[in-house]
Ligand binder design. Sequence first.
Ligand code: C2E
Ligand code: MG
Ligand code: MG
Ligand code: MG
Length: 291
Amino acid sequence: YAAKTRQCGSLLYHAQLDAGSQESLSLLSELRRAVENNELRLYLQPKIDLQRGKVIGAEALVRWQHPVRGLVPPMQFIPFAEQTGFIRVLSAWVLAGSARFAREARDAGLTLRLSVNLSTRDLMDQELPAKIEAMLAPLEVAPGSLCLEITESAIMDDPERALSTLEHLHAMGFKLSIDDFGTGYSSLAYLKRLPVDELKIDKSFVMAMERDLDDARIVRSTIELAHNLGLSVVAEGLETAKAWAMLAQLGCDEGQGYFICKPMPQEQFVTWAKTWQPPDVSATAESTLAR
Ligand code: C2E
Ligand code: MG
Ligand code: MG
Ligand code: MG
């Protein structure tokens, strides 16, 4: 945690430095209050089919509308919530909101798959699959309408236990994705064993690929690896028309990034998706990496 703390260096996140301290206890009670007082906000960022330009889903990203500090980004409280175990409450909140949104969108004529981020602590919870199923049933939302994103590091914390939860979730029909792929410590041996459907290329590679040939090669190899293993592949951090054209040319299935849209409050999503027009990126295509 020391390294992460230095990276973020925010006031809120700082409180975890001394777990059990007054600061940390008050942050935990503030978080509890945030859930009770409806201060959490569900933001959604579109996921687009890069070959056809269609909206196929959205990633749920939580924010905290703090009465004093304003809109707090997730990196300022998620790591703290993970450390204290409060993340299970947050995850349940995000899962419930995403399931409700999937239903609302369907009623409005849009079929979307909602991607939700899970943490190590969630994977350690043997009851998680049953809890999610119970959340979906009254909404008549199928497990396949949710994609659960897990990072390599969350899996590698306790691979055997994570694997057992993931197998359970997969058997129930949930889609599974490896987030920030390429930045963690998972081995290809684990990748082979994991019942995942999707790889999400970390945005650091995607954002750098236009200027750095090595990043571009990593992106290309990851797309090939995913496809060779029968997985679909998503690029996050798609910030330019040229990046879209390159990714489409490399066969990348889906994209997500500021070039398409920044995460928006869930209330705005349906209107956004219904008015979305895919841009013409053909003029920016580049063939340097094509074979
Ligand atoms: P992530 O799951 O990898 O989500 C993608 C992050 O990249 C989001 O940041 C998104 O806003 C950002 N992003 C998307 N496209 C672009 C782009 O084109 N350029 C740049 N520079 N950034 C882009 P956000 O919303 O701040 O979330 C950060 C991280 O916080 C997430 O990374 C995820 O690890 C975590 N997080 C967010 N919401 C949740 C949640 O509900 N539960 C859990 N466990 N973690 C969450
Ligand atoms: Mg994610
Ligand atoms: Mg990611
Ligand atoms: Mg990330």
